[in-house]
Design a protein around this ligand. Structure first.
Ligand code: 13P
Length: 255
């Protein structure tokens, strides 16, 4: 299989000085050429420059956590894809459940953002996932399918080379409760098959599907060992060099 993608989502943690410290720690631990997999960190936008600078001589890439659909204009508080690129990022997280929940981002807006990210030659990490009540009602596949369908309708099979999908069941985010490896695999396979039906076998196998939701060194191995789990999108455990590195080490071992 292709290399794992291990991505840290720092959310609203680590201002510029803390981001520099954490990035310096990661840079010391992982000098250029020290891992095979792909590693990305996603600081808050104000800390992107310090992370980019500290990680300059490493293979660790930097992502934004959100973006606007326009290049510029009167959108107080927002940042755009040209700005994100100019700052040295390669990836943008789109449609995180916290954006959907607290900022009312719906499937259409998430899809527009993903399209914009990809059109501007960045990689979109598109988050999908059901809430607890939806899983209890057995609706998880329908929810994820609708979230995914909106995005796939906006991009071509060729543009899908710049698409990463993160399955993050909302009930497993920041709760300490993880999807079981079987639950993760089941949904990842569902997503893989959906991609295959839409495009083809080759493209569906190339698109990385990450798992997110309380991933940490203690459970990373069983999750990353699943057939269709191609990496992780990590919140809490990405805020400490030790735990984030612990997950990278597991991905390296399994590669
Ligand atoms: P936690 O790893 O803190 O559960 O967060 C997962 C997440 O939301 C990553 O985007």
């Amino acid at each position: 299989m292709s290399n794992f993608l291990i991505a840290g989502n720092w959310k609203m943690n680590c201002g510029p000085s803390e981001a520099k410290q954490l990035s310096d720690d990661l840079a010391n631990r992982w000098p250029s050429g020290s891992f095979q997999c792909e590693v990305v960190v996603s600081p808050p936008s104000i800390s992107i420059p310090s992370a980019v600078e500290s990680l300059e001589d490493t293979d660790i890439k930097v992502s934004a956590q959100n973006t606007h659909t326009e290049d510029s204009g009167a959108y107080t508080g927002d940042i755009s894809t040209p700005m994100i690129k100019d700052a040295g990022c390669t990836h943008v997280i789109v449609g995180h459940s916290e954006r959907r929940e607290y900022y009312g981002e719906d499937n259409d807006l998430v899809a527009e953002k993903a399209r914009k990210v990809i059109l501007d030659d960045l990689t979109a990490i598109v988050c999908v996932g059901e809430k607890l009540d939806q899983r209890k009602k057995g609706e998880q596949e329908k929810i994820v399918m609708d979230q995914l369908d909106a995005v796939l309708n906006k991009i071509t099979i060729d543009q899908a080379k710049s698409l990463v999908i993160a399955y993050e069941p909302v009930w497993a985010i920041g709760t300490g409760e993880t999807a079981s490896p079987e639950q993760a695999q089941e949904m990842h396979l569902f997503i893989r098959n959906f991609l295959k039906e839409r495009w083809n076998e080759q493209r569906s196998s190339e698109i990385k599907i990450l798992y997110g939701g309380s991933m940490k060194p203690a459970n990373a191995e069983e999750l990353l060992s699943q057939n269709d789990v191609d990496g992780g999108l990590i919140g809490g455990a990405s805020l400490k060099e030790e735990s984030f590195s612990g997950i990278i080490e597991i991905a390296e071992k399994l590669s």
